[in-house]
Design a binder for this molecule. Structure first.
Ligand code: ATP
Ligand code: MG
Length: 394
């Protein structure tokens, strides 16, 4: 069975000193979780991650490397012996394939990690380029169509087509957060941003069936699975909030209904984060985006949250958020029209600068603590694991 080798460059974790090994171990372990059902071998040697597989595992490995948090780039490499003849042959193969893909100019870049190799990087470049320059492709060191890399390590790796990785820190190295996941554009991106900082992220979704549709919930389930493609595992807590919302509608001043809903969500999330031992709550709020996200109203939601509240998108604009949503593949799902809140409950003139004191008084007057507790008890939990996603798709 022919074997393919992929190699990936590690990202920010290489800046770690005393606990580098721990970060590396986690990265390798995470890659193995993606590939549990695939015939693939993951190893980490001298600061490079290697994945070997056969032709059946190729797609799954590429899926993994384009989502695995902690690597800056990856490539499919040809592996050859550490002698000039073998290197030249491997480089020529890459050049032929680049030519077939339309390249006209090239550049070689050699990294000589094995300092016992008898030639310098410059000499390797010159000798390997000699067979190609002017015959197949032309050397252009400033703006080449293709860069062919030669890495001389314990073996020799030759590769051309480098793909970008997600960067960040390996998932699991920065604690555990609970994401407030709605069907919109922002919250999936907020979850991804924290996952990229190494956090394990579970999610909570509040629905008000039948005022919100089943389609709205399906959309959130699809988003939760997309998040697990990066975060490895994601437990989605689906909380029935209709009774709480009815109570808000009945008792809160109309302009306060949206903000009170956010406060009640926070109270529920306080209970859930205690149960799952989450260390922070994450939302997709971005300063000034909508009425509930003015700095004053964000103080109101923050005050209702009993643990640390993280808002990774707070300083991002919509275009940047959309860019991320496209990158992680949530955009198409997020823009589907099913609303996660009902117009019936949306005030015509929402309060823009709520005060924490007023919010507390209004919240107390609702007397919803028991209803919130009951909603949390009645939640449904769905689990998404990247192992199953890979198994299902490849
Ligand atoms: P999004 O695009 O993430 O839905 P949004 O722009 O619609 O955000 P809001 O509706 O004000 O903004 O929601 C602010 C944040 O509150 C969301 O980013 C999300 O984290 C959380 N949130 C809102 N609605 C829900 C819900 N039904 N279930 C869980 N979290 C929610
Ligand atoms: Mg929303």
């Amino acid at each position: 069975m022919p074997y393919m080798t992929y190699l990936a460059k590690l990202g920010e974790l290489t800046l770690k000193k005393s606990n580098l090994k721990e970060f590396e171990r986690r990265l390798v372990n995470n890659a193995r979780l993606y590939l549990e059902t695939v015939s693939a071998k993951v190893s980490l040697i001298a600061g490079r991650l290697y994945i070997e597989t056969d032709e059946y595992g190729e797609k799954a490995v590429e899926f993994t490397l384009s989502r695995l948090i902690g690597i800056t780039g990856w490539a499919k490499a040809s592996v050859c012996e550490k002698d000039m003849e073998s290197i030249k042959k491997a480089v020529l193969e890459q050049a032929v394939s680049a030519k077939q893909n339309g390249a006209e100019t090239f550049k070689l870049e050699t990294r000589r990690a094995d300092k016992n190799f008898p030639l310098t990087s410059y000499e390797v470049n010159c000798r390997a380029a000699a067979d190609i320059d002017g015959k197949l492709l032309k050397v252009n060191v400033h703006k080449p169509d293709v860069v062919i890399n030669i890495e001389i390590r314990e073996r020799c790796f030759v590769y051309a087509d480098q793909k970008k990785g997600c960067r960040g820190l390996p998932v699991g190295s920065s604690g555990h957060g609970l994401l407030l996941l709605s069907g919109g554009l922002d919250s999936p991106v907020a979850g991804y941003r924290m996952i990229r900082r190494g956090m394990f992220v579970d999610s909570a979704y509040f629905h008000s069936y039948p005022y919100t549709s089943e389609e709205a919930q399906n959309k959130v389930e699809v988003l939760a699975e997309k998040i697990a493609q990066y975060g490895i595992v994601n437990h989605l807590h689906i909380i029935p909030f209709t009774e709480v919302q009815m109570k808000i509608k009945e008792k809160a001043p109309e302009e306060w209904t949206t903000l009170m809903l956010r406060v009640c969500m926070m109270k529920a999330v306080n209970i859930i984060s205690g149960l799952i031992k989450a260390q922070c709550v994450i939302t997709g709020e971005s300063l000034g985006q909508v009425a509930s996200q003015t700095i004053e109203n964000m103080s109101v939601t923050e005050d209702a949250c009993s643990i640390q509240l993280l808002r990774p998108l707070v300083g991002m604009d919509k275009e940047e958020i959309i860019e991320d949503a496209n990158f992680i593949g949530t955009y198409e799902t997020s823009i589907l029209p099913y609303e996660d809140c009902c117009v019936l409950f949306s005030p015509r003139h929402p309060v823009l600068r709520g005060s924490v004191e007023d919010a507390k008084k209004i919240y107390d007057s609702l007397e919803v603590d028991d209803l919130i507790k009951k909603a949390v008890e009645n939640r449904v939990i769905k689990k998404y694991h990247v192992r199953n996603i890979v198994e299902k798709n490849f």
